[in-house]
Design a protein around this ligand. Structure first.
Ligand code: PLP
Length: 414
């Protein structure tokens, strides 16, 4: 596929970096759990002439003339999102997962209201009340975590905290939690204390769309997601909600926090939702899960501490404290070998968030290029070889050759 022919003429410097990045994406095993390869059709839509126009407002209620086709595109995106997740209402305008969450808070909270979210260090997201994020600055945030023995969410503890602090909203969903979240239980707790429930499925959306991870839609006032992680769409966000919240959500997104919607990205989201309804997508998600489980089992056999002993989704978390390697050093060595993961705090981590004691590994992108269980076994062996020899260049270079060979057998963007 041609990504740079026009750019080259105007700006060879940027074109060169795009070409180099393309090569990086082709020749490495991308195993950052939040990343994926968007299909060519998605890339084409995001690069289209739909970027040219303002369409502030919503279909049928725009502030600018000339939005006939934009209305159609946005209506299709909305209908597909509703159908895909079985939701009453969809707002397809948020430009990211963070903005989707910001809009939900704006729609139902006042500054200083109490929010209960999952602790960042236990796997939650910055936008779930972290003091570094607007969600923790504007609202009064409290946190729940995981059980120190099982690393699972302790729902009794969540209930206890909720009863004590009486939050106006409870946020569930995570960026680094490998197990099924019990959304029904969160709903019970939210009802007991009269709180709204927001489920942030940024990581799990693709698996939920495919029906292999329980959906929070029946239980939640609001559901937010990104569209570029397991959903495999463009870099963007989405809000689903119950009918009674639809007006407030729409006005929180526009004019609450955004101006003109990125209509080229909304078109790409429409395509993403169409693809997510296909049999092929379901098969892909099933393979994503199989691959993550195979990798987890193989790493456990090799002696690694895989948190919770496995996974119910596309990601696994490894605690490297027993191996005497920090998350940072592990991630750097693995990247040299062509296996790209991210360092990740483990619950009750004693290292700083910039060093960490763990790594997070995801299978969405490698599964998208066609890798299956056998290749996961190879990757587990290579991970082990690198982590046991993080200062041995010969071994790391040798693994890198093997990684490149494997990648050339499963090409992307040809
Ligand atoms: C990735 C993520 C987000 C934020 O998405 P951005 O598009 O990067 O803003 C929000 N919530 C969770 C749980 C995430 O994992």
């Amino acid at each position: 596929m041609d990504f740079t022919s026009y750019i080259k003429n105007i700006d060879p410097e940027i074109a060169d970096f795009i070409e180099k990045e393309l090569k990086r994406q082709q020749e490495n095993l991308l195993m950052i759990a939040s990343e994926n390869y968007a299909d060519e059709a998605i890339l084409q839509a995001t690069g289209s002439i739909l970027t040219n126009k303002y369409a502030e407002g919503y279909p049928g209620k725009r502030f600018y003339q000339g939005t006939e086709y934009y209305d159609k595109i946005e209506e299709i995106a909305i209908e597909r999102a509703k159908k895909l997740f079985g939701a009453d209402h969809a707002n397809v305008q948020p430009t990211s997962g963070s903005q989707a969450n910001q809009a939900v808070y704006l729609s139902c909270l006042n500054p200083g209201d109490i929010l209960l979210g999952m602790d960042l260090s236990a796997g939650g997201h910055l936008t779930h009340g972290s003091s570094a994020s607007s969600s923790g600055k504007i609202y009064k945030a409290y946190y729940y975590g995981v059980d120190p023995q099982t690393y699972l969410i302790d729902y009794e503890k969540v209930r206890q905290i909720a009863k004590e602090i009486r939050p106006k909203i409870i946020v569930c969903g995570a960026s680094a939690y490998p197990r099924q979240i019990d959304f029904r239980k969160f709903k019970e707790i939210a009802d007991e204390v009269g709180a709204f429930l927001l489920a942030d499925i940024a990581h799990y959306a693709g698996l939920i769309a495919a029906g292999i991870y329980d959906s929070p839609v029946p239980y939640s006032d609001f559901v937010t997601t990104t569209t570029h992680k397991t959903l495999k769409g463009p870099r963007s966000g989405l809000i689903l909600c119950k009918e009674q919240h639809s007006k407030k959500i729409n006005s929180a997104v526009f004019p609450g926090i955004q101006g003109g919607p990125l209509m080229h990205v909304i078109a790409a989201k429409a395509i993403c939702f169409k693809k997510a309804m296909s049999e092929e997508f379901k098969k892909y998600q099933i393979q994503v899960l199989k691959n993550a489980r195979t990798l987890a089992d193989a790493l456990i056999k090799l002696g690694y501490k895989v948190l919770t002993g496995g996974t119910d989704c596309h990601l696994i978390l490894i605690d490297l404290r027993d191996n005497n390697i920090t998350g940072k050093d592990a991630a750097i060595a693995l990247e040299k070998a062509g296996i790209v993961v991210n360092k990740n705090a483990v619950p009750f981590d004693t290292q700083s968030p910039f060093i960490t004691s763990g790594i997070r590994i995801g299978t969405p992108a490698v599964t998208a290029r066609g890798l299956k269980e056998n290749e996961m076994l190879l990757i587990a062996e290579w991970l082990d070889a690198v982590l046991k020899n993080i200062n041995n260049e010969t071994i790391i270079n040798d693994i890198n050759k093997k990684v490149k060979n494997l990648c050339s057998e499963y090409p992307v963007y040809t």
